[in-house]
Design a protein around this ligand. Structure first.
Ligand code: AMP
Ligand code: MG
Length: 426
C-alpha cells in the first residue's frame, strides 16, 4: 500500500534567514536633525563626536587634602607651611618649594606640586591654615587626576551610529555639547486589524459584545516603537475588509518609512493584509519557522508619484501576527533589529546567557521555540505553565525567552540559551 500523496508545502523560512533577508532590504535613513542633548536619549548619532578639549581640562585633585612636592616629604611627620588654599573652580598659583597647598576634590593642581596627601593622613598645625603635619609619604602622582585621562582633545568620544544612553549623554555634555546631530526618527504607521477589536475606554468590560476583545497589541507595539525613537502615526483599528485595508496601506505608504500592522496575515478568508500588500507592492517574505510568531510578513508598498522625494523608494511593510505573544516576540527579534538598522545603529548580535532549566519540556516542537521563562533565586529558569501565543500574562510574568531549537526536548537541569527581555528591549 502506498501513502496518499501529500500536498506540497514549501518549508518555512528559518528565523536567521528571515532576519538577514529583512536586514538586507534596509538602507539607513539619510535624514538627520539637531536635538538638545537633554532630549537625545535613545537617539542615534549621525556624525562622530570629536572632543575640542581634554577632560578633565587640567590636572586636579581627587581628594580633599594637601598638594605637595614629593621631594619635600621624604619621611612621615614633616611639617609644611600652607602657602595657599585651592577650592574647586578656582585658579591655583605655582607651589612654592618647601610649602604645601590646602586643596579640595576637583581643584586644579598648583604647578610644581606632584602629589596630594589626603586629609585623613594629615593634621593641622597652629590653626587658621598655618601649617600641616604630613603623616604619610606620598608616591608621585598620588590622588592626582591627570588632564585628559578621561578624554583627550581631538579624540572621537562617541562614533557615528552610537545609540545614546544616559552615560553617553553625560559624556557628550562633558565635552561641551548642548545639541547633537542625530538620525531622524523613523516614521512608522501602526495599525491593528480585526473586527473583534475594541478600544479600552470606548466600551466598558460589562458592555462587551460576544466575541469582542480589547486591543492589546496596539498598546505594546506603540510603546516599543516609541522606545526605539520612532515617530508613530497610530492609525487605529482597520476592519477586516479588503477595500479598507487597501486604502489604509495606500495612504500610510506615502508619508512613512514603515507600515507596521498586527493581525490579518494568516491564511483565513478574513486575513486581508497579505493580498492587499501583494496588490500594492510586493510581499517578499511570509511565515517563519518559529513559535510563537509563524505568521510574520515583510514586503513593500509603492508610494504615489506625488509623495515627494521619497516616491522613488517604496515604503517598508511588516505584518505581525495577531496573537499578542507572537506579535511581541516577533517585534523583539525582527522589527527591533530592522528599526536599529534603519536608524544607522549597529544591530547587536544576540548573546544568550547559558542557564540551567528548572523545568521539563518533554514534547519537542518542529519549529524553533521561544519560551517565556523567569530566572529564579537558585540561578535557574522557571517556565510559565501556559505557553499559548494568546496568553500575554506569560510575557509579563517572564523576564526573558529560552531559545529552544526545533525538535529539542528539555529535561530539568539541561543548559539552555536564555535572552533577558532587558537586553531585547534595551
Ligand atoms: P489574526 O492574526 O488576525 O488571525 O489574529 C490571531 C489572534 O490574535 C485572534 O485570536 C485575534 O483575536 C487576536 N488578536 C488580533 N489582533 C489583536 C490585538 N490587536 N490585540 C489582541 N488580540 C489580537
Ligand atoms: Mg484577524
Amino acid at each position: 500500500m502506498t501513502a496518499a500523496p501529500q500536498p506540497h508545502r514549501a518549508p518555512l523560512m528559518s528565523l536567521d534567514n528571515a532576519l538577514s533577508e529583512v536586514l538586507g532590504r534596509v538602507t539607513p535613513l539619510v535624514r538627520t536633525e539637531s536635538v538638545a542633548t537633554f532630549d537625545a536619549d535613545h537617539r542615534v548619532l549621525s556624525t562622530d563626536l570629536v572632543s575640542a578639549l581634554h577632560v578633565p581640562p587640567q590636572d586636579n585633585s581627587s581628594m580633599d587634602g594637601y598638594a605637595v612636592r614629593v621631594a619635600d616629604v621624604s619621611a612621615k611627620g614633616v611639617v609644611l607651611p600652607v602657602s595657599q588654599r585651592i577650592a574647586a573652580g578656582h585658579a591655583a598659583q605655582p607651589l612654592q618649594p618647601g610649602t604645601c597647598a590646602r586643596i579640595f576634590t576637583g581643584a586644579p593642581m598648583p604647578a610644581g606640586a606632584d602629589a596630594v596627601v589626603m586629609q585623613e593622613d594629615t593634621r593641622e598645625v597652629g590653626g587658621d591654615l598655618h601649617a600641616a603635619h604630613i603623616d604619610a609619604v606620598p608616591a608621585p602622582g598620588q590622588w592626582v587626576r591627570r588632564a585628559g585621562e578621561d578624554v583627550t582633545r581631538g579624540a572621537v568620544v562617541l562614533p557615528r551610529g552610537t545609540r545614546l544612553s544616559p552615560a553617553s549623554l553625560g559624556l557628550a555634555a562633558g565635552i561641551g555639547m548642548a545639541h547633537l546631530t542625530v538620525m531622524a526618527r523613523p516614521r512608522v504607521a501602526l495599525f491593528s486589524t480585526g473586527d473583534e477589536l475594541v478600544m479600552p475606554g470606548e466600551v466598558a468590560p460589562e458592555a462587551m459584545k460576544p466575541g469582542a476583545i480589547y486591543n492589546s497589541n496596539r498598546f505594546f507595539l506603540r510603546t516599543l516603537l516609541l522606545r526605539l525613537g520612532c515617530e508613530v502615526s497610530d492609525l487605529g483599528i482597520v476592519p477586516d475588509q479588503r477595500d479598507l485595508t487597501l486604502a489604509a496601506l495606500k495612504t500610510a505608504a506615502d508619508h512613512h518609512d514603515l507600515i507596521l500592522t498586527s493581525g490579518g496575515v494568516s491564511v483565513g478568508e478574513e486575513d486581508h493584509i497579505k493580498p492587499a500588500v501583494q496588490q500594492l507592492g510586493s510581499l517578499d517574505l511570509w511565515q517563519i519557522a518559529m513559535k510563537p510568531g509563524k505568521p510574520f510578513a515583510y514586503g513593500t508598498v509603492r508610494r504615489d508619484a506625488g509623495a515627494g522625494t521619497d516616491a522613488a523608494q517604496p515604503c517598508h511593510f511588516i505584518g505581525l501576527p495577531g496573537n499578542p505573544v507572537s506579535s511581541f516576540v516577533t517585534f523583539l527579534l525582527l522589527v527591533r533589529p530592522f528599526l536599529l538598522k534603519l536608524q544607522g545603529a549597529p544591530v547587536p548580535a544576540w548573546q544568550p546567557v547559558m542557564l540551567p532549566a528548572h523545568f521539563d519540556l518533554p514534547r519537542a516542537d518542529k519549529r524553533r521555540e521561544f519560551l517565556r521563562v523567569r530566572r529564579n533565586a537558585a540561578g535557574g529558569l522557571d517556565l510559565f505553565p501556559n505557553q499559548s501565543s494568546g496568553v500575554l500574562t506569560s510575557a509579563v510574568w517572564g523576564d526573558g525567552l529560552v531559545d529552544n531549537p526545533a525538535g529539542h526536548t528539555i529535561a530539568h537541569g539541561d543548559t539552555v540559551a536564555y535572552f533577558p527581555f532587558a537586553d531585547l528591549l534595551a
